[in-house]
Design a protein around this ligand. Structure first.
Ligand SMILES: [Zn+2]
Length: 687
């Protein structure tokens, strides 16, 4: 952006307004029921159209409407595709847009992937992410460290990577003695091909469009405002896929670049004239980095439930590394046809990869590296407004007004009412085949029943449960592992590691499953109190009563099947009740019915063993008489769960059956009297 003149006031104000509108649209669409998402799409298209017209200084209402209509029309098709996804997945945030290269280029991407695996060996996962936007082989632990250090955005192809690759190509083309204008156009064509090859993720498109705008501006010998370039770069992905507004990569890319422009403007103005040379450059980068971390903080907090405090420093440390590493990796890949040279370049990249890793691990290891923060919608929007106002203050000559707006917004965020604390919520988190049910107490803390499936490759604790709980905020007060099977204890180690609950309760069934032993050793290492569940015991967490009904030590000792010794708990909150059964089988159900049938009665039932015929016997359901039955099960699982006969039996007992394979995550909430259910974007009162 070195050639860009300082933004002029006439274009920067409407474009900042556009950035604010798009930002708000992203936040709203992130929550979206369909109607809200549609409104956000139309709103974003109109705002974009207005911004384009204002940037071109031809703001007639007719042209605004024309461009907006085009946006809505093109977006309509994409929105219809989303609706299909919504019908399938039921949860809007699961409808991630997939970014795949066009069929013609897909084999090239595959070939590039194979070459990376051959030359970069143990670093292949990281290099695949950095070069061809393929993050599926990335070690989750590495990703966690990068997230804690606040540089996880460097692992997915972003505007930064495209800009670096483009700069390197331009240098090469100029070294090949191409005249400057030809080199620019050739470079632009190559960049566009590259962006298509990696499947055109929005941040990369944003960057390519902005590079294109620069090339066009140079050819026409016209100055472009960086804000106008950003408006084009941010807006074009929205035109062909409006749901991009929900894409975190796009949101970070646009807000990050806006912060970059604002940060440079403020550094230019605020740094003392006496500061010169490399000192001025570093001070300038620090200002930009702080502004960028600040401007993206509400988004990061909204999506991840935490912000990295070390991010500004980590970004400055990692920036130069990636600026050298990325072109080197690219060179290695483009020399794949000459094995000797490719191996040499790959070997040369190793120290840089280590340095990149070192920044992440060192950043993550610092105490207070991350701050847990889970904003409500009101606080997130207020902080978003504050960020936009601060960016405006950075670039405006008359800064007191935006600063006042920012202070007002911060005050709104600080004094916004906290969510009312009289309700208990039960979240049956969709973890596929397995269980993870989180109970939220009136004080906003969590009790988690089971932690989903986990093995070396996939870990529901890391991929689903911890992000789910973190995004909603609140500490984990207790982890209950109903039994040691891998689809219940699988994610436990990660949950213990990340959420550090004070205690874990489990049946004490002697088992040697690897995941279970890992959970126990993690609990020991982290000082989590281990507790054996005992029938008859009552645990109170923030006014929510958890009555343990099974197992007892004698019963557990007599069992060979872990399912027969599941922890069974009855939740009681004033008059409302729910029964948690784990994978309890018919034998354990009979034991329960014989011991204390009256205590089995419950409004809601967590159906045992994913709806298998091994549980939910007639006698048991007669005792429970549930009004709703919740089944945690994966669609098309290999076990054939749930059994249709059991589903019919539940209906015959008067229960409404709710299944995660059909509805996604299910939330039941109660104020102690009745239950309100929420699933698939629909909310209803349980009759
Ligand atoms: Zn199970």
């Amino acid at each position: 952006m070195a050639g860009c003149p300082p933004p002029t006031r006439a274009t920067s104000v409407p474009l900042i307004a556009w950035a604010a509108a798009a930002y708000a649209a992203g936040l709203i669409a992130g929550l979206s029921s369909e109607a809200v998402a549609d409104a956000a799409i139309v709103g974003a298209a109109v705002a974009f159209a207005a911004a384009v017209c204002l940037a071109l200084r031809r703001a007639s209402i007719g042209s605004v409407l024309l461009i907006a209509a085009l946006g809505v029309g093109v977006g309509g098709n994409a929105a219809r595709l989303d609706r299909d996804c919504m019908a399938r997945e039921r949860l809007p945030f699961r409808c991630r847009v997939r970014y795949e290269p066009p069929a013609l280029l897909a084999p090239w991407r595959d070939r590039a992937g194979t070459a990376i695996d051959r030359y970069f060996a143990s670093d292949a996962g990281l290099v695949r992410a950095l070069l061809i936007a393929d993050t599926k082989d990335l070690d989750p632990e590495i990703r966690d460290a990068y997230a804690a250090a606040g540089i996880v955005h460097m692992l997915s192809i972003s505007g930064l990577h495209v800009a670096i690759v483009s700069g390197a190509m331009l240098l090469l083309l100029q070294a090949a003695r191409l005249p400057a204008p030809t080199a620019r156009w050739a470079g632009l064509s190559l960049v566009m091909l590259y962006v298509l090859l990696i499947g055109a993720p929005p941040p990369a498109v944003r960057s390519a469009v902005m590079i294109g705008a620069q090339v066009v501006a140079l050819a026409l010998q016209r100055n472009t405002s960086p804000w106008a370039a950003l408006a084009w770069g941010g807006g074009i992905p929205l035109l062909y896929q409006p749901r991009t507004a929900v894409d975190l990569g796009w949101q970070l890319s646009v807000s990050g670049f806006a912060a970059l422009i604002a940060g440079r403007a403020v550094a230019e103005r605020a740094l003392p004239r006496t500061l010169e040379g490399w000192k001025r450059k570093i001070a300038g980068e620090l200002v930009v980095s702080v502004v960028a971390s600040f401007a993206t903080a509400p988004l990061v907090a909204w999506h991840f439930g935490r912000v990295s405090l070390i991010a500004p420093l980590a970004n400055i440390a990692a920036g130069p590394v990636i600026a050298v590493l990325q072109p080197t990796l690219f060179l290695g890949l483009s020399l794949a046809w000459w094995p000797a040279a490719a191996s040499l370049v790959a070997a040369a990249s190793v120290p840089m990869v280590r340095a990149f890793d070192l920044v992440a691990w060192a950043g993550a290891a610092l105490p207070w590296a991350t701050l847990h923060a889970a904003p409500t919608l009101v606080t997130a929007v207020a902080l978003g407004v504050a960020c936009v106002a601060v960016l405006a203050a950075c670039v405006e000559h008359f800064w007191p007004r935006p600063v006042l707006v920012a202070l007002g917004a911060v005050a709104v965020a600080a004094f916004a009412p906290a969510p009312s604390g009289v309700e208990v919520e039960v979240h049956m988190i969709d973890v596929g085949q397995g269980d993870a049910i989180a109970v939220r107490t009136p004080r906003g803390r969590w009790v988690l029943f089971d932690a989903g499936r986990g093995d070396a490759k996939r870990d529901a604790g890391r991929t689903t449960i911890v992000p789910y709980l973190r995004a909603r905020g609140g500490a984990l007060a207790l982890l209950i592992v109903t039994h040691p099977d891998a689809d219940h204890a699988g994610g436990a180690a990660t949950v213990l590691e990340s959420m550090r609950p004070p205690a874990i309760t489990e049946p004490g069934f002697t088992s040697a499953t690897e995941t279970y032993l890992r959970a126990l050793s993690t609990a020991r290492a982290r000082g989590v109190a281990w507790h054996r569940a005992r029938a008859g015991e009552v645990i109170d967490v923030d006014g929510v009563t958890l009555r343990i009904l099974a197992p007892d030590a004698a019963w557990t000792a007599a069992q060979t099947n872990p399912n027969a010794a599941c922890v069974v708990v009855r939740l009681e909150y004033h008059g409302a009740t729910m029964l948690f059964t784990g994978d309890a089988d018919v034998a354990e159900e009979r034991w329960l019915v014989d011991r204390a049938p009256a205590l089995l009665r419950a409004d809601l039932l967590k159906v045992s063993h994913h709806g298998s015929a091994s549980g939910s016997s007639e006698a048991f359901l007669d005792a429970v008489r549930p009004r709703a039955a919740l089944v945690s099960v994966a669609a098309r699982n290999v076990y054939g769960h749930p059994t249709p006969r059991v589903m019919q039996r539940l209906v015959d007992h008067g229960a409404t059956v709710l299944r995660t394979d059909q509805l996604g995550s299910i939330v039941a909430s109660t104020d102690g009297a009745g239950w309100t259910m929420r699933a698939a974007g629909v909310r209803w009162r349980l009759p």
